[in-house]
Design a protein around this ligand. Structure first.
Ligand code: FE2
Ligand code: FE2
Length: 330
């Protein structure tokens, strides 16, 4: 058994308690399902409320609608993320019904995540703002194209990745919720707010599990963190394609940056947050590799902040995207 797998096994009792604390019971009253968040067209009242949802969505900027579509596509590529997680020995669910806390977490996490793309798709369908066929083609391309998490199957590295990524999606969904609320769209606001709250719980799980790993194997964890930072956290939807735009992901990221939903400054903040959460600068590594890794990760936020401040925003023409229907009134 690798050192990593041994460490992950040794912290299972704490991971079990953590998963139990963070996961929500499907049947508890406060739990939600996508259907709760949009009107039910089967009733006359619900049918009428669809009109309200649609007129609220008509007030959103094209840019915000596009970023929402990109976030929805990212969520819908969930099969790639569960597959990526399960490739890591020590965390993986070997039978599909394993009893280990890591396996139980990975299934329950996926089950909670599944609601995100579904809820956003229901909204998108009723909003009248999104070309659903183009979005669906992009999802099919994206899942088919795959996703390289770039961890070399190292389980510590994937815990670093998920800590960053859940924190990033939390920021992105909460910012969409805020901007949708400001534009008067109560439906999109509520959906993205609930999705963002799920991401916050998931981020807490991964960061806390990461803290257990840092405590049990500080040098190994530092090296894993440094490795991931060198490779840069890959964006889950970077291989998205809609059949026409070869730079679709770059255009989507630029649009998210432009409207302040997810920015390079946020990436630096997440780096700092993880460094603090894992007390990276206070650790006392025992090996040269550990010390080198510590110096590297401690210096990164400042370096990235400088790069971010020099970054010139680029205008992204709406015509590069196939995801919009014609906006209302045009
Ligand atoms: Fe999600
Ligand atoms: Fe997530």
């Amino acid at each position: 058994m690798s050192v990593q797998a041994e460490v992950l096994l040794s912290i299972e009792p704490e991971v079990d308690a953590l998963a139990t604390e963070i996961l929500r019971d499907v049947e508890e009253d406060a739990n939600w399902q996508p259907t709760d968040l949009v009107p039910d067209p089967a009733t006359d009242e619900g049918y009428a409320r669809i009109q309200t949802l649609k007129s609220e969505a008509a007030e959103l900027s094209n840019q915000l609608v596009l970023v929402t579509a990109g976030n929805l596509i990212t969520e819908e590529a969930l099969p790639s993320y569960q597959t990526a997680f399960n490739r890591h020995i020590g965390l993986n669910d070997q039978t599909g019904v394993d009893d280990s806390p890591w396996a139980r977490w990975s299934r329950a996490w996926t089950a909670e995540e599944k609601r995100h793309g579904s809820a956003m798709s229901l909204w998108a369908r009723f909003s009248g703002r999104i070309n659903m066929r183009a979005v669906e083609s992009t999802i099919q391309h994206l899942i088919g194209n795959g996703f390289d998490v770039k961890t070399d199957n190292d389980p510590y590295e994937v815990l670093v990745f998920t800590s960053f990524q859940e924190q990033a999606t939390l920021v992105s969904h909460k910012n969409v919720a805020k901007q949708a609320g400001e534009a008067g769209d109560s439906h999109l606001q509520k959906i993205c707010d609930l999705v963002g709250t799920d991401e916050a719980r998931h981020a807490r799980f991964y960061k806390t599990a990461g803290r257990l790993v840092f405590r049990a194997d500080p040098d190994g964890a530092l090296v894993a963190l440094a490795n991931m930072m060198k490779k840069k956290i890959s964006m889950p939807a970077e291989r998205m394609y809609d059949g026409s735009n070869p730079n679709l992901f770059a255009d989507f990221s630029e649009m998210a940056q432009q409207i302040g939903v997810y920015t390079s400054e946020k990436y630096v903040e997440i780096m700092e947050l993880c460094n603090q959460y894992w007390s990276v600068e206070k650790l006392i590594p025992q090996t040269d590799a550990g010390r080198k890794a510590q110096d590297f990760v401690a210096s990164l936020p400042d370096r990235y902040r400088k790069l971010a401040s020099r970054r010139k925003p680029k205008e992204v023409p709406l015509a590069r995207f196939s995801w919009l229907t014609q906006p209302a009134g045009t």
